[in-house]
Design a protein around this ligand. Structure first.
Ligand SMILES: O=C(O)C1=C[C@@H](OP(=O)(O)O)[C@@H](O)[C@H](O)C1
Length: 869
C-alpha cells in the first residue's frame, strides 16, 4: 500500500523533545545505495560467489538486481536479520562474461527506472556482454546526461545507438576491448565510476582529466576504494549504512542541538575519525547548519563570541560556504533545507550537478524553500540562504518525484509547522522506510505525528499509524519480490512500448515535416519572384494608363454629344428661319408647289446612338452631315397644284427644290423697301448665323475632344496612319460606337476645313490617344499572355508538388498528419489572387476557370489574365 498522496508532518512537541533528553531515538540507517549498486556490479563481474550484507533494498537497488537477473547473473535476495530495510544478496560472479544478450532485432531489454547508478554502471557493463542490449528508464532518466559515457565507450571501440546520446540506447556487447580512456565528470561522476567498475573485466585503463581535482571527485574515490577492498574472487562484503540517508537524522540533531534527539547507528564516522571515508556525506554531522535558537546556553555563548569575533574581523557576518564538490555529496540538500535555522548566512556552491539529477534540484530547493518563507537566492550554481527572521513553514511541498526533496522537507517539518509533503512515496527510491522511522515510537523511531491530508483542500483527514507509514512495495522475500517485479515489469514494458510507439510516430512526423519543408523550399525556389513582381507592377501601371485613357475617351464622347445637340439646335433654328424667309417670298414668285415630305427612314435618336458616325458625333463631318440633313429635308417629289405624283411642268416647277425656294431670297438685295425684310437683313444672315453656330459647335467639339490626355502618352510615337475608327472601342463604351466605318473623305470645302482647324486638331489628339490606348492594350495583352504562360507554368509546378505532397501524406502510415487536413503549402511569393486561388485547391485550377471568372465578376489575377478585364 503506498502512502497517501499528501501528508502533513507535525513538528516535535516540547514534550517529545523533553523525552529525548533521557532516551534518545536509536535509528538504524539502511545500506548505502551507492555502495550496494557498485557491489552488485563488482560481484557479478567477479569470479566466485559474493555475499553482500546490509545491502539496501530500495527502488534503485531493485532495478539493478532485476537487470542483473535479466542478464543471466545468478543472484539471490534474502531478508537481512539486522535491518528489515536491508537485504542479503548472494551473487554468483560470471567472470566478466555476461550470460545473456539479445539480438539487434530483439535486444535484451533492461529497465533502470530513475536509478542513475544502474543506468551508468550497466551501460559500461553490457558492452562486455555478448549480444545486443537496450537500456531505458523513466522519462526523467531519458533526460539525464549520458553523453560523455557513451563517447568514452565508443572511443574504446563499442557500438552504441542512440539518437541523442541519452537513454534509451542500444548497446552492442563485444566483450573485453583493452584500451585507455579518459572521461570527464563534469555532468556526472558516475561516468568515471561506471568505467572503473567494469575496467577489470574489460581491460580498460580509465582516468579522469588531468585537471580534475581528486578532492572534487568523492564518488569516484569511493569507487576506487571499493575496487581495492572488494572480494573479486568471492567472499563476503558488508555494505555501510548510507551516509546521505543518515543526514536526515543528523539534521534532527542539528535542528535541536540542545537535546540532540537521535543516535544514528551503524554509520561510518568520517575518515578523520577512523572511518573508511568512502562516503563524503559522513562529514554531514560536522558541517550541518545548527539551529541557534535551540542551542544550550554554553553553545549560544560560544556562538555569540565567535560571531562577535567574525564581525570585528570582517565588518559583517561572512556566510559559511559549503561546496557540493569537496564538502558534501547528496546530503548538501539536507544542509540547504535546514540552513535558515542557523544564525549565520550560508552559501552553497558548485551545485551544477544537482540540476541534472532526479529533478532540477537547485530550482526545486529554491522554489519550495521560498514557499516556506525562507530567504533563499539562486545565483548561478549557488544557493544563498539567510537566517530566518520570521516563522517559516506552512507550505505544501512539491517533491518532483525526488526522494531527497521529500525527505529534506519532512525533516524541516519536525521544526517548522505546517509542512505538507506531496507524493511522499517517492522516498522508496533510497529509503522506503523513511516515514516508518519517523513515525515509529522511540527508541526505534521518533514518534512523529503524520497526518493524511486531503490533496485538494490540504485539510487533515486522519493520523497515520507507524505501520501505515511503510511503503509496502518493499518485498521481504524472493517470491514476493518476483511478484512485485512482475507488476513493475508489466508497467515498465507498457511504458516502454508506449514510448517506442510515440517516438516512432514522432520520428515519422519529423521526417514528413522535413520532406514538406524541402518541398516548400523547392516550391519557393521555383517561383521567379522578381520577375513576377516586376511584371505585376508593369501590368498595374499599364492598367492604370488604360483606365485614364478610357475615362478621357468617355469624357470626349460626352462633350461630342453635347456639341452635336447644340449643332442640331442650330440647324433647327436655321431651318425655322428659312421657313420664315421662304414664307416672305411673294406668292407669284413662288411656284405653286408644296413640298411633300415622303416618310423616309430617318435615323432616330436611339438609332443614331446605336449606329453613330464617329465623325458626326464629334463634328468632324459637319458638312457631310449638313448635306445629309438637307438631303433629308428635300422633298422626294413635288405636288404641283395639288396633283400629287406628277412631275412639275418645265419652267414652272421642274427641278425646283429648296434651292428654288431660296433663290429669290438670295437673289434679292436686302433693302429697305420692305421694313420687315430690312429688319430681317439687319440681323446677320442665316448663313452667317449658321456658320457662327457651326463654328461654335466645332469649338465645343474641339474642347470636348481635347479632353485631358494621360501625361504618360507620347503623342508623336503613336501610329497615325492607322484608321482611327478601326480601333476597338475602349472598354466600357457601347459597342455600337466602334462599329462605324472608317472615315470617309472629307467633303467640306477648304474654308470650312480652316474653320474646323481646332476640331481637326482635337481629332488628331483623339486619334493619337486612341492609338496609344490601342498600343497599350496590345502591350497589356502581350504582358497578360506572358503572365498567363508563367502562371500556368507555376500552377503546373505547384500542382505537381501538391500532388507529390499528397502522395507523401498517403504514404505515411501515421494517423497524426491525416487528422489535420493538409494545407497545401502556399507559394508565398505568388501575387495575392494566385495565392487565393491556390488556397481554394486544385478544383479552381487554371484549366477549369472559376465561377467568378465565368461570370465576369472576377477581379482577380486569373480573370484579368483570361482577358476579361
Ligand atoms: O556514484 C554515485 O553513487 C553517486 C554519485 C552522485 O551522482 P553524480 O555524480 O551524478 O552527481 C550522487 O549524487 C548519487 O546519488 C550517487
Amino acid at each position: 500500500m503506498p502512502l497517501p498522496e499528501l501528508i502533513e508532518i507535525v513538528p516535535l512537541s516540547p514534550e517529545q523533545l523533553q523525552s529525548f533528553v533521557t532516551h534518545k531515538a536509536e535509528i538504524m540507517v539502511p545500506g548505502s545505495k551507492s555502495i550496494t549498486n557498485r557491489a552488485i556490479v563488482l560481484a557479478a563481474l567477479g569470479k566466485g560467489q559474493v555475499v553482500l550484507k546490509g545491502a539496501l533494498w530500495s527502488e534503485d537497488t531493485e532495478a539493478m538486481v532485476d537487470c542483473m537477473q535479466r542478464l543471466g547473473i545468478q543472484l539471490e535476495v534474502a531478508v537481512d536479520p539486522v535491518l528489515e530495510a536491508n537485504r542479503i544478496i548472494t551473487i554468483q560472479g560470471c567472470n566478466g562474461k555476461l550470460p545473456k544478450g539479445g539480438t539487434s532485432d530483439a535486444p535484451l531489454e533492461l529497465f533502470v527506472a530513475n536509478a542513475g547508478t544502474a543506468a551508468r554502471f550497466l551501460s559500461a557493463m553490457v558492452c562486455l556482454g555478448n549480444g545486443v542490449y537496450r537500456l531505458s528508464g523513466v522519462p526523467r532518466m531519458h533526460e539525464r546526461p549520458q553523453k560523455e559515457l557513451i563517447r568514452a565507450l565508443r572511443s574504446l571501440g563499442y557500438r552504441i545507438e542512440t539518437p541523442n546520446d541519452k537513454l534509451p540506447a542500444v548497446f552492442y556487447g563485444e566483450g573485453a576491448k583493452p584500451g585507455a580512456v579518459t572521461v570527464s565528470v563534469e555532468d556526472s561522476s558516475q561516468f568515471a565510476s561506471a568505467l572503473l567498475l567494469s575496467s577489470r573485466a574489460g581491460s580498460w585503463n580509465v582516468s579522469t582529466p588531468p585537471d580534475a581535482n581528486p578532492d572534487e571527485l568523492p564518488y569516484v574515490e569511493m569507487t576506487r576504494e571499493l575496487l581495492k577492498a572488494f572480494p573479486h574472487e568471492g567472499g563476503e562484503f558488508q555494505i555501510e549504512a548510507d551516509a546521505s540517508s543518515a543526514s536526515y537524522f543528523h539534521a534532527v540533531n542539528a535542528m535541536f542541538p540542545k537535546i540532540a534527539p537521535v543516535r544514528v547507528l551503524a554509520c561510518q564516522p568520517p575518515r578523520t575519525q577512523g572511518g573508511t571515508g568512502w562516503q563524503i556525506d559522513a562529514e554531514f554531522p560536522r558541517l550541518a547548519p545548527r539551529n541557534h535558537k535551540m542551542r544550550s546556553t554554553v553553545q549560544r555563548l560560544m556562538s555569540f563570541l565567535t560571531g562577535m569575533a567574525q564581525r570585528v574581523c570582517s565588518a559583517g557576518q561572512a556566510p559559511r560556504v559549503i561546496s557540493r564538490k569537496t564538502d558534501l555529496g547528496d546530503s548538501i540538500m539536507t544542509a540547504i533545507t535546514i540552513a535558515t535555522l542557523s544564525e549565520s548566512p550560508f552559501k552553497f556552491v558548485k551545485l551544477g550537478v544537482l540540476r541534472k539529477q532526479e529533478c532540477e534540484r537547485v530550482q526545486a530547493l529554491r522554489d519550495e524553500l521560498t514557499k516556506c518563507k525562507v530567504d533563499v537566492k539562486e545565483v548561478e550554481d549557488t544557493l544563498e540562504v539567510a537566517p530566518c527572521e520570521a516563522a517559516i513553514g506552512d507550505a505544501s511541498i512539491h517533491t518532483y518525484h525526488d526522494h531527497r526533496m521529500a525527505m529534506c522537507f519532512a525533516t524541516l517539518g519536525l521544526a517548522a509547522p505546517g509542512i505538507k509533503i506531496e507524493d511522499p512515496s517517492c522516498v522508496r527510491k533510497t529509503v522506503p522506510s523513511f516515514f516508518q522511522i519517523l513515525s515509529a515510537p522511540p527508541p526505534r523511531g521518533l514518534g512523529v505525528e503524520i497526518w493524511e491530508c486531503d490533496p485538494k483542500t490540504g485539510g487533515r483527514l486522519r493520523k497515520l499509524t507507524a505501520s501505515e507509514a511503510v511503503i509496502c512495495s518493499i518485498s521481504t522475500n524472493r517470491k514476493s519480490y518476483v511478484q512485485s517485479r512482475r507488476v513493475v515489469d508489466a508497467a515498465a514494458l507498457l511504458a516502454t512500448q508506449e514510448e517506442e510507439e510515440m517516438s516512432a510516430e514522432q520520428s515519422t512526423i519529423r521526417e514528413l515535416q522535413g520532406r514538406i519543408e524541402a518541398l516548400q523550399a523547392k516550391l519557393n525556389a521555383s517561383v521567379p519572384r522578381e520577375e513576377v513582381t516586376s511584371l505585376t507592377a508593369q501590368l498595374r501601371r499599364l492598367e492604370k494608363q488604360h483606365e485614364e485613357l478610357r475615362s478621357a475617351y468617355a469624357e470626349a464622347m460626352q462633350r461630342a454629344e453635347d456639341a452635336e445637340r447644340r449643332m442640331e439646335d442650330a440647324t433647327r433654328k436655321l431651318e425655322d428661319f428659312r421657313r420664315v424667309e421662304s414664307e416672305k417670298v411673294p406668292a407669284a414668285a413662288a411656284p405653286a408647289v408644296t413640298p411633300v415630305k415622303e416618310p423616309r427612314p430617318r435615323r432616330s435618336r436611339v438609332a443614331a446612338k446605336s449606329q453613330p458616325a464617329w465623325q458626326d458625333l464629334i463634328g468632324l463631318n459637319q458638312p457631310a452631315k449638313r448635306r445629309r440633313r438637307e438631303e433629308e429635308a428635300k422633298p422626294d417629289r413635288f405636288v404641283c397644284n395639288g396633283a400629287a405624283g406628277a412631275p412639275p411642268a418645265a419652267g414652272s416647277c421642274e427641278g425646283v427644290g429648296p434651292d428654288a425656294v431660296r433663290q429669290p431670297a438670295r437673289g434679292r438685295k436686302p433693302g429697305a423697301a420692305d421694313p420687315v425684310e430690312a429688319q430681317a437683313f439687319a440681323r446677320p444672315s442665316a448663313e452667317e448665323r449658321m456658320e457662327a453656330l457651326l463654328a461654335e459647335s466645332a469649338r465645343g467639339v474641339a474642347t470636348a475632344t481635347a479632353a485631358p490626355q494621360p501625361t504618360t502618352l507620347k503623342h508623336e510615337d503613336q501610329p497615325r496612319s492607322r484608321p482611327l475608327l478601326a480601333l476597338p472601342p475602349p472598354p466600357g463604351l457601347p459597342s455600337g460606337r466602334s462599329g462605324v466605318s472608317p472615315t470617309p473623305p472629307d467633303p467640306s470645302p477648304p474654308r470650312r476645313r480652316r474653320r474646323r482647324a481646332s476640331a481637326d486638331l482635337s481629332e488628331e489628339a483623339t486619334k493619337a490617344a486612341l492609338a496609344e490606348a490601342e498600343a497599350h492594350q496590345v502591350k497589356i495583352q502581350k504582358l497578360k499572355q506572358d503572365l498567363e504562360k508563367k502562371r500556368q507554368g507555376l500552377q503546373t509546378k505547384r500542382a505537381t508538388l501538391v500532388s507529390s505532397h499528397e502522395g507523401l501524406i498517403k504514404e505515411s502510415p501515421t494517423p497524426a498528419p491525416a487528422k489535420r487536413p493538409f494545407q497545401a503549402p502556399m507559394p508565398k511569393v505568388l501575387p495575392k489572387p494566385v495565392a487565393k486561388q491556390a488556397a481554394k485547391g486544385p478544383a479552381t485550377s487554371v484549366d477549369a476557370p472559376s465561377e467568378s471568372e465565368d461570370s465576369g465578376k472576377g477581379s482577380g489575377y486569373c480573370s484579368k489574365l483570361s482577358g476579361k478585364n
